[in-house]
Write a protein of this length. Structure first.
Length: 232
């Protein structure tokens, strides 16, 4: 943990007073379960707290940044900023992936690179920072690591093709849109999912991705582009 303290201090000017709190934030459930006799705490409760403060501060930022955007657009933009893949990316940017404590099985299966674990870790760190400091410290950190990417428009470029496909296909009434996993390939820590999307039983698109959500988005994009072209 000494190296983690050094990174936090040098890169972000953060010095934790409660070192145990920081260690808990970087302890995955798999590690705590393998060391039950030591009664080690894991980071799930801190993740819950971090998620709440993250939602609040990003919502506040977007509300002030985009005074003319309607509520629906603000919600969509917020969801792209705080989604699992985005938070995992921020964890890697901060080098957090190097310091999380994982159980041996989770480590061997590639957990250190898993978006779910790294996204949860980022939220747990925010929860720990809130408890050790205050909400202003969390806001300062987010403005260092997250907001610059929002300012450059990185997240506005993310298109929700599932929503766009639904809006396109339901212009003339309700239809049944179904996403189905066709196959899963690769090792557990680097799976690739293949997904098809059908409309009223007719397959209209397919896609692949490192997660089911990403594969569904690719399938929706594929279907949207074909269906939109056919309507022209």
């Amino acid at each position: 943990m000494r190296d983690l303290h050094k990174v936090l201090n040098q890169q972000f000017g953060i010095a934790f007073q409660d070192e145990q709190l920081l260690e808990t934030a970087f302890t995955h459930t798999s590690y705590a379960n393998e060391h039950r006799l030591l009664n080690i705490s894991h980071n799930e409760r801190l993740e819950f707290l971090g998620d709440a403060v993250l939602q609040l501060l990003i919502s506040e930022y977007l509300y002030k940044k985009y005074p003319k955007k309607p509520e629906g657009d603000l919600s969509k933009l917020r969801s792209t900023i705080v989604r699992e893949e985005s938070l995992a990316g921020f964890s890697r940017d901060c080098q957090f992936d190097q310091f999380i404590k994982l159980g041996r099985g989770e480590e061997k299966s590639g957990g250190r690179n898993r978006d779910t674990i790294l996204g949860d870790l980022f939220e747990a760190f925010l929860g720990a920072l809130l408890l050790d400091k205050d909400v202003e410290a969390v806001r300062t950190f987010l403005y260092q690591i997250m907001i610059p990417k929002v300012e450059t428009g990185d997240f506005e470029q993310v298109i929700d093709y599932k929503t766009k496909l639904q809006e396109l296909l339901q212009v003339n009434g309700d239809v049944e849109i179904l996403y189905q996993v066709v196959s899963e390939t690769g090792p557990a820590h680097a799976k690739e999912f293949a997904v098809s999307v059908s409309v009223d039983g007719r397959v209209v698109g397919d896609g692949k991705g490192r997660s089911k959500k990403l594969a569904e988005q690719e399938a929706a994009k594929n279907a949207y582009e074909k269906e939109n072209h056919s309507c022209i």
